[in-house]
Design a protein. Structure first.
Length: 509
């Protein structure tokens, strides 16, 4: 008998947890050309700008409905003292950015510039506070400066610097990578500090702040457990977790050791699969960190925030090794789609995620060319744009039936098909990743519970696995309308090209 067709069963009338739009968050560190030359060009630049902020970057990110932006780091955050970045720019003190290129930072992009950027983007601010080299008083005064409305000392200082009304700052990070560049602390040390600092990150003037404690790297479940044990009575009552509300998790995808992470282009087929297998490992990390959290927090009052994730390759030849500039290919796009599926699958616990980083650094959404001034949208950018329909939508479970293709990588099977789906109102969106480098796959969407009255589809693929966009070929990897979706007795049949990402939008009756 012929093998049963590969089928994805989706019950359109059984919505699950909501996918927070904040899992599509972004990250901007004072690193390389992310801030300077990416977001910030200065008011005298030839590049079109608004108050020094590059216009085309803002327009491109607004098309993603960017929900939040994390700043100023990263490792930089625990060397950053916010008072150095306020007041007249020509009078701000300089500092050494010892983590990223050992360059001198002039602090011309500071608190006011960042909040102006967030307002232009329509994004919520996620500020990372300095625990590594800062003080409790410094952090307490910063949030007062940002969010207090009356004539308090910090509100008065803000007005002296040109901003009358307070800003809203919904998200606040308590340190960054406290186990490493943020202080080389032990979990038990940091748990006490997180409780202390969180107490002084106050909710001024109705600013409801969500405090996020620096969490684990990769599979450090001890760190997660230690932080969870620092809460009081999470299994009782339905109130808000305190004194902080979430933990972070950092995980990067690479194909080699730290000293030789693999190249962004020119990689082999084996390296294609290795990268995707390591991206798929995010699923296990979320399962296991989530299981630790469930033990102490069965009502899921504490959120998990994956505020650094993405690919980390060797820098492009001829660039500053401390600036982390890398090319972004079709492989990066599928690494992104696989991560986003994992976040959708864990929507009951994952409340936010931030890809590293937004412009010109690591797995960037955008690349700016310093010579021509051109702006390039990367393949990863297009995955985020194709997935806007998942923002704040209810998850729909996708049950794969039949012989799901797989490939053994590092002794573990890698499923070569990944899927997630969501619904809102009278629509649904199905995201499908064919990770197979060579083979197309036919998938039947068995759509149950609601009538499907219409559909459309888009595809992101390219002839080469390392295809990427450049100023001369900005659309080498770009989404196009897809005609590989046909009616089927069970719903729809989708012909997924090799190494492709497909989204199917459904209109529901």
């Amino acid at each position: 008998m012929p093998a049963a067709p590969l089928t994805a069963v989706i019950d359109l009338d059984l919505p699950g947890p909501t996918i927070s739009r904040h899992v599509y968050g972004h990250f901007a560190e004072h690193l390389g050309r992310c801030v300077y030359g990416g977001f910030w060009v200065g008011e005298d630049a030839d590049v079109p700008n608004v108050r020094g902020i590059r216009t085309d970057v803002v327009e491109a990110l607004r098309a993603l409905h960017i929900p939040n932006l994390r700043w100023p780091g990263g490792c930089f955050a625990d060397d950053y003292h916010w008072r150095d970045g306020i007041g007249p720019r020509d009078q701000r003190p300089r500092m050494v950015n010892s983590h990223w290129g050992d360059v001198v930072e002039d602090n011309s992009f500071g608190t006011h510039e960042f909040m102006d950027l967030c307002e232009l983007l329509g994004a919520d601010a996620y500020v990372s506070g300095n625990i590594g080299s800062g003080t409790v008083a410094e952090m307490s005064e910063w949030i007062e400066y940002l969010t207090r409305a009356d004539d308090s000392p910090m509100a008065a200082l803000r007005r002296e610097n040109g901003r009358d009304e307070p800003w809203k700052v919904p998200f606040w990070g308590l340190g960054n990578e406290a186990w490493g560049c943020g202080g080389n602390l032990r979990a038990e040390q940091f748990a006490s500090l997180a409780r202390q600092y969180a107490t002084y990150v106050r909710a001024h003037a109705g600013n409801d702040v969500y405090r996020i404690a620096a969490g684990a790297s990769d599979h450090d479940y001890h760190w997660t457990e230690t932080l969870m044990r620092s809460f009081d009575a999470l299994d009782a009552g339905d109130g808000r977790a305190a004194p902080f509300q979430a933990l972070s998790l950092h995980y990067y995808t690479m194909t080699g050791p730290w000293s030789d992470k693999g190249d962004a282009t020119g990689f082999s087929t084996d390296e294609w699969y290795l990268a995707l297998a390591r991206a798929a490992h995010m699923e296990e990390l979320l399962d296991r960190h989530g299981a630790v959290m469930d033990r102490y927090d069965p009502k899921k009052r504490v959120g998990l925030v994956v505020d650094e994730w993405g690919t980390w390759w060797n820098v492009e030849k001829g660039t500053n090794p401390g600036f982390l500039y890398q090319q972004n290919t079709l492989r990066d796009a599928l690494v992104a789609s696989r991560h986003l599926d994992a976040f959708h699958h864990h929507a009951d616990r994952v409340v936010m995620a931030n890809i590293a980083q937004t412009v010109n650094v690591l797995q960037a959404m955008l690349l700016t060319d310093p010579e021509s001034g051109a702006l390039v949208r990367t393949p990863s950018y297009h995955v985020f744009e194709m997935n806007v329909g998942h923002h704040d939508a209810a998850t729909l479970a996708v049950h794969l039936k039949g012989d799901v293709p797989s490939r053994e990588v590092e002794g573990t099977p890698l499923a070569l098909l990944s899927a997630s789906a969501s619904t809102t109102g009278g629509t649904a969106l199905v995201s499908l990743s064919n990770l197979d480098a060579d083979e197309a796959r036919t998938l039947v969407l068995d759509l149950r519970g609601r009538e499907v009255t219409g559909h459309s589809a888009r595809v992101l693929t390219a002839p080469a696995l390392d295809a990427h966009n450049t100023p001369d070929a900005p659309d080498a990897v770009a989404p196009t309308a897809f005609d590989g979706v046909r009616p089927h007795a069970l719903g729809l049949e989708v012909e997924l090209p090799a190494h492709s990402y497909v989204t199917v939008s459904l209109t529901l009756g």
